[in-house]
Design a protein around this ligand. Structure first.
Ligand SMILES: [Zn+2]
Length: 71
């Protein structure tokens, strides 16, 4: 019953939608971002098992603006 194009991280609670050119991450507030932004803003601090956004190959390169710009 789940859409294979969509995943919700059970730890971070954000929706990740597969998209050509890079997955889109939908935060609870603010505009959609990237896996890198999600990692920079949330996942790197959460550090709980079950987070689906910890694979460096998927997260990709984290830009400074991902780190410092508010969501
Ligand atoms: Zn996560």
């Amino acid at each position: 019953m789940t859409n294979p194009q969509e995943q919700i991280c059970p730890v971070c609670g954000v929706k990740i939608v597969k998209a050509i050119g890079g997955d889109r991450v939908f935060f609870s507030v603010g505009p959609p971002g990237t896996r890198a932004r999600l990692w920079a803003r949330v996942c790197q601090y959460v550090k709980k098992p079950g987070c689906i956004n910890t694979d460096p190959g998927l997260v990709g390169e984290v830009q400074p603006e991902d780190r410092y710009r508010p969501i």
